[in-house]
Design a protein around this ligand. Structure first.
Ligand SMILES: [Zn+2]
Length: 203
């Protein structure tokens, strides 16, 4: 069973070496390197797309023409995006969640974010600029369980008042009821990503 999983992974690994960077279509709202086109010699006609970490991988037959690729890739990416949007909190909902988290767990913190936005970020789960009150969340968390999303939102919200991860910050963060479980999820996610995306990250 696990052999099968590993061999699937290694297929992705090998083909990832042939990422076509210059020809990747750039779509509105897409960060650089977010779309990976994989040409598979084994694939005869079917085209598939899936989310792998922060990237959307579109797998196409090796012999598909450039013109067809340009037509089909945006279409597949749009399908993935539509699927994800259907079950993703929109940005105003994220602000409301932060307000709820601070009110319930940290009433001493009266600051509220000016904006909360989804971003393509490979290296971080979220970030906060306290000067202008903006919070950004990686779109890798768009399908994470709610307790994980809330953990990261709460973390960034505490940064509205505390810039570092010092004692006061930690004391607030420790009030989050499922912090240990959420951190374990994030650590596991990162480990899986390192395993699957190593060839892409290290190019
Ligand atoms: Zn932090």
């Amino acid at each position: 069973m696990s052999d099968e999983i590993y061999s699937q992974n290694s297929e992705v690994r090998v083909e990832s070496l042939f990422i076509e960077q210059d020809d990747s279509p750039v779509l509105p709202g897409m960060g650089e390197g977010e779309i990976i086109v994989v040409r598979s010699a084994r694939r005869k006609r079917n085209i598939s797309a899936y989310r792998q970490g922060g990237q959307i991988v579109v797998s196409i037959p090796a012999r598909l023409s450039k013109a067809d690729e340009r037509a089909v890739v945006p279409e597949m990416v749009a399908k993935i995006r539509a699927q994800e949007a259907a079950r993703t909190f929109d940005e105003s909902a994220l602000s409301i969640r932060i307000d709820g988290l601070l009110s319930a767990l940290a009433p001493e913190i009266s600051e509220r974010p000016a904006s909360v936005t989804w971003r393509t970020m490979q290296e971080r789960w979220g970030s906060c600029t306290s000067v202008d009150g903006t919070i950004r969340l990686t779109n890798r968390l768009q399908r994470a369980p709610e307790y994980v999303l809330d953990f990261v939102l709460f973390h960034e919200a505490i940064h509205l008042r505390y810039g570092d991860h010092g004692e006061e910050f930690q004391a607030f963060l420790a009030r989050f009821p499922e912090g240990i479980r959420a951190q374990a999820y994030l650590d596991g996610y990162e480990a899986a990503e390192d395993r699957l995306l190593a060839p892409i990250i290290r190019r």
